[in-house]
Design a protein around this ligand. Structure first.
Ligand code: ADP
Ligand code: MG
Length: 321
């Protein structure tokens, strides 16, 4: 298939996305497909080999049979580019508009989890006049986060309540919606999911971050983190993580791929942290490493994802609208 690979984009994860896109193009080529690399500038302009790309409603994209949006964060992973691809009427890899938007917004996703009894940490939105009281009740350390961000940007670990206001102000620089969470103890574990209606989960891996937590430094500095696969959490917790990964993937309405992130507490309780609908996607990213350990190599992942994109497009288009 001729597959348009989108990378770059307008978010703070522009550089990370360029690496994901280059790797996807290689993986697709190895799987026998023909990638067309489309770069989205920080200004939002779309180019192929330096030439501007024309976007016409219903006009597809450069004759591609599918699009792989290897984009992270705002404008890439939040439903907006997915909306544009719907409007172009072209099959695309990954979650649709709604699932992308839900998973991008930590508050909305956690409220959905709460409504369905998915195990997670306590949390509150910073809104109304009772949030401060809720924070006092949860006790320190507290985690203060912009609701729609990524790469740990704008997140603070607050150990004293007199640091709370400054942390909220920092988070608000990135998003007017701010969430405060109670702290989970124990290990951080991630699990990759692949599929549409019948998704499969990889073996879980443990993230061992250098330093106190998995912050921006740990994520993007060489040697900042170590991935242990399979996670040393015992067979019961491994099974629980895989079962929860598949069920929250379905609950949020995801398709194609997602990386579901967890905390496994010392007593063995498994809590869901978040769902990333377009996680870092190079051949050495956590997503691919976990599937490699499960027996699916990188070119096969790329291939499966474009097939899944085409299947979903066919199904969605079979409804009247
Ligand atoms: N409630 C929490 N308890 C313990 N650690 C947390 C909590 N929330 C976040 N962290 C730490 O902060 C990191 C980033 O938080 P996360 O919610 O995953 O944001 P991002 O979307 O930026 O990855 C986590 O990987 C973990 O190390
Ligand atoms: Mg995270």
């Amino acid at each position: 298939m001729r597959v348009a690979v989108l990378s770059g984009g307008r978010s703070s994860e522009h550089e990370v996305s360029l690496r994901s896109g280059a790797a996807v193009a290689r993986g697709l080529r190895e799987a026998g497909h023909e990638p067309v690399e489309v770069t989205i500038g920080r200004d939002g302009g779309w180019t192929v080999a330096g030439g501007a790309v024309e976007l016409v409603p219903g006009g597809g994209l450069l004759g591609a049979e599918a699009v792989f949006p290897a984009l992270h964060g705002a404008f890439g992973e939040d439903g907006s580019v997915q909306g544009l691809l719907e409007w172009l009427e072209v099959p695309y890899v990954g979650s649709d508009v709604l699932a992308s938007a839900i998973c991008m917004d930590k508050l909305t996703l956690k409220r959905l989890f709460a409504a369905r009894g998915v195990p997670q940490v306590e949390f509150t939105a910073v809104e109304g006049n009772d949030w401060w009281g809720r924070c006092e009740q949860m006790g320190t350390p507290l985690w203060v986060k912009p609701s729609r961000m990524g790469s740990s940007v704008g997140i603070s670990r607050v150990t004293r309540l007199d640091q709370l206001d400054a942390a909220v102000e920092l988070a608000q620089r990135h998003d007017p919606r701010v969430i405060v969470e109670a702290s989970a103890a124990g290990r951080e574990v991630e699990c990759s999911v692949l599929g549409n209606a019948e998704p499969e989960a990889s073996l879980p891996g443990e993230i061992v971050a250098q330093g106190v937590w998995y912050d921006f430094e740990a994520k993007y500095t060489e040697g900042g983190m170590e991935l242990r696969v399979p996670a040393p959490i015992g067979a019961d917790a491994v099974a629980r993580v895989r079962e929860l990964a598949v069920s929250v993937f379905a609950l949020a309405g995801c398709s194609g791929l997602a990386r579901c992130d967890f905390f496994v507490e010392p007593g063995g309780a498994v809590l869901v942290n978040e769902i990333n609908t377009m996680p870092g996607f190079t051949d050495t990213s956590v997503y691919a490493k976990l599937f490699e350990a499960t027996g699916i190599d990188y070119p096969s992942l790329c291939d499966r994802l474009v097939q899944l994109a085409v299947e979903r497009h066919r199904e969605v288009r079979s409804f009247e609208f």
